[in-house]
Design a protein around this ligand. Sequence first.
Ligand SMILES: Nc1ncnc2c1ncn2[C@@H]1O[C@H](COP(=O)(O)OP(=O)(O)OP(=O)(O)O)[C@@H](O)[C@H]1O
Ligand SMILES: [Mg+2]
Length: 278
Amino acid sequence: MSLRDTFRRDQVFAPLRPGTRPVRPGQLDTGGKHILYMEDITVSFDGFKALNDLTLYIKPGELRCIIGPNGAGKSTLMDVITGKTRPDTGSCFFGQTMDLTRMTETEIATAGIGRKFQKPTVFPEHTALENLELAMAGPKGTWQALLQPVTGQQYDWMAQTLETVGLLAQKDQLAGALSHGQKQWLEIAMVLMQKPRLLLVDEPIAGMTRQEVERTAELLQSLAGEHSVMVVEHDMEFIRSIANTVTVLHQGSVLAEGKMQDVQNDPKVIEVYLGETG
Ligand SMILES: Nc1ncnc2c1ncn2[C@@H]1O[C@H](COP(=O)(O)OP(=O)(O)OP(=O)(O)O)[C@@H](O)[C@H]1O
Ligand SMILES: [Mg+2]
């Protein structure tokens, strides 16, 4: 083993490395310090590096905000984690043993990584509850799911999740009739149906009212702890209201990382990002 291997994956002790522990395939092993390990990731599109030697770690239960100018690589980062985009170089592990670069998008979703896209993709002709039923059927689920009777346990889980996102009173409303903010929360609830350990949320508050933004901040904070949550957002007031650790991306690399108050006073960050959007 090279010296580099010994010290990477964030100083993981050799006996904890893949293949050295009796872990069932497909089982998330969070025996290490982190739940997500991205090291030296590069993604090129026609020679342009959307991600450039990016290294990032996420701890179990943490709420991590990712900020950075347009084109910094934030969405590409999420694409790599979810298997939509394959990195040219670098490694991306979920827990100690799951190599995300070798898994399909469906396998990654099933393994416990959920993603909420910016545009809500709820099924408007179905009720909030039916949307969760469809989501519960999983990435391979079909409309047949609605014909199967749900068990009491499944119903409880759906109702509990609707309550978490503040939509229990709207359970029988058609999703298409919900407000924009409510649709976003319903979609978060749909992602939660798969019980993800890591939840990726890309620009959750675009188009929301101030009140909806506040509710979303509370929701994401309440989800952290039980889940690791990675949030990409441009709205600095929102980021300040939820941020614990912030990672600033610039030209596909990590420009700065740390507590919000330190990052926002970092001259490099002010120059490339906060100067414009502050
Ligand atoms: N499929 C693709 N083909 C070619 N270039 C791409 C592709 N996807 C992303 N890019 C480029 O990679 C860079 C990073 O894009 P990305 O979408 O990750 O940025 P972002 O930080 O999410 O930006 P925004 O804040 O605007 O959402 C951009 O210059 C973008 O044009
Ligand atoms: Mg983006």
